[in-house]
Design a protein around this ligand. Sequence first.
Ligand SMILES: *[C@@H]1O[C@H](CO)[C@@H](O)[C@H](O)[C@H]1NC(C)=O
Length: 200
Amino acid sequence: MIMLLLPLSLAVSSASASRLRHQALQPAFVPPPLSFSSRSASFPHPLRRPCTSLFGLLDGLQPTDNVSQLSDEVLSGAQLSPESVKKLLANGVKSVLNVRAAIEPGYRDDSELCEGENCGYFHSAVTPFDWSRAKVDGILATVEAAPKPIFIHCAANIRSAAVAVLHEVKSGRLSEGDAVSKAKMINDRAGGLVERYLKG
Ligand SMILES: *[C@@H]1O[C@H](CO)[C@@H](O)[C@H](O)[C@H]1NC(C)=O
């Protein structure tokens, strides 16, 4: 039912069989300000039902993995076990974006894991302390360029949830006006980060 409501882009998103090499994308430029679409795609997100699987992307994950699926192309979550990441990749996820800083406790580089599964691995760090518009725009450019579906993660699905929601806004699947409340469905602090960006 939910699936029927989703404004799917029918194109199988960049499902090209291209083999992705490991790449650490550091955005080399600050893209121009985003032009937000006013189109409102008010479809229900199963954000608080972590293992409700749309498109099978969450198959095999545990409820405690807390992965949020925002659309057919974007998932966000915390730092998962390598086994859970492998399940996402087996389910068709084509990119992993880690937005954690390498100095954070528990940081893990999954580039080898992704390489073994022909998935792109991207690392572009941001913290609540350097959550600037320029920085987030660089990360959003990485998200846009990466093969989809993409799994964006940080430590606790706060920064990554905010990035994922902002990508949905940029993609026109979510209105700017709905962005903060949508992020708050995942985490109040993610809502705060989205608000900071939009006000920035
Ligand atoms: C998911 O949320 C629960 C409850 O807050 C927490 O104990 C668990 O560590 C989270 N899982 C991940 C992968 O962060």
